[in-house]
Design a protein around this ligand. Structure first.
Ligand code: SAM
Length: 283
């Protein structure tokens, strides 16, 4: 498989909305650098479909009152060059107090807990603000929770599997991961193997597939999906238990919180990072 690398120039205020829309259009990953977004799409989507998606994103930005000025250029990257191109871009990064995310070709020499993530295929390399916030909070809770509570972890919208991998390395006993994207499932399975984890179940589909209750649910997803699945998330959360919802853009959090409150949960804390919001809730 080959890939298209798009370099898109876009204003700050419209960047996050565009990234969300591109991810829905099949974008596999983005790297942000100031006002330039580098976005990767698999070639099987076809170049016309990708440029059409960008044109309709421009229209949506305009309709939402956001700055719709954007320019882009793209190149095709063959499979071999793709690996090299990712390798150059992904360097180990430290997150939270004691986690380091590193690609499989790097060695961890700093004594921190390593999360080995092959970034080749799905969202969740740890470079995105929402993933970093989720990791930091999972780390914090894995320390604060009394041991029987650090039992079961549900990763709803797992992407590369990074949140579940972190949870297991931080002491959770068992993790279930779901994602509707088959590429994410492949990535999560590969990453679970790279981290030699066995107590992890990875299923293609949404949260409706999941049975049982969990001590901690992490859901780094668009607000519409969080709202649609509020009932099932609340139902799947142990009492006591923690739900960590992320992936909301500032301004969207109130609707998500209202949906969760209707299901009997209340907010413990909210975290703002740039334009992104994460919320911790419990019963
Ligand atoms: N958990 C990772 C992280 O925190 O970096 C990846 C989060 S990424 C923003 C969202 C993921 O949710 C994508 O991999 C996407 O395929 C998946 N997803 C979107 N809608 C979903 C749904 N209804 N059910 C399950 N997964 C979904």
């Amino acid at each position: 498989m080959g890939y298209y690398e798009f370099k898109i120039k876009i204003s700050d205020e419209s960047k996050d909305a565009l990234i969300q829309m591109m991810s829905q259009a099949g974008c596999l990953g983005v790297i942000e650098n100031g006002n330039t977004i580098t976005a990767y799409f698999p070639d099987f989507l076809g170049i016309n479909k990708i440029t059409d998606a960008l044109s309709s994103s421009k229209k949506t930005l305009k309709d939402s009152g956001l700055d719709d000025k954007m320019s882009f250029e793209y190149v095709f990257i063959g499979e071999r060059d793709w690996n090299e191109s990712w390798k150059k871009k992904f360097k180990p990064i430290d997150v939270g107090e004691n986690l380091t995310i590193l690609p499989p070709w790097e060695e961890n020499s700093n004594g921190r807990i390593s999360l080995i993530i092959d970034p080749g295929m799905a969202f969740g390399t740890g470079h995105h603000e929402t993933t970093k916030t989720c990791l930091t909070l999972i780390e914090r809770f894995s320390k604060d929770l009394i041991p029987p509570l650090v039992n079961s972890f549900l990763d709803f919208g797992t992407g590369t599997g990074i949140l579940a991998i972190a949870a297991l390395k931080l002491g959770f006993k068992h993790a279930v991961c779901v994602d509707i994207d088959p590429l994410a499932i492949d990535a999560a399975q590969r990453n679970a193997e790279l981290n030699t984890l066995e107590n992890i179940e990875i299923k293609e589909g949404s949260i409706s597939l999941v049975d049982g209750k969990f001590d901690f649910i992490a859901a780094n997803l668009m607000s519409e999906i969080l709202i649609q699945n509020a009932h099932k998330m609340a139902f799947s959360l142990n009492k006591p238990g923690i739900a960590l919802l992320s992936g909301m853009i500032v301004g969207q959090e109130d609707d998500v919180i209202t949906a969760m409150e209707k299901e009997g949960l209340h907010v413990l804390e909210k975290f703002y990072d740039g334009r992104w919001v994460s919320v911790l809730l419990t019963h």
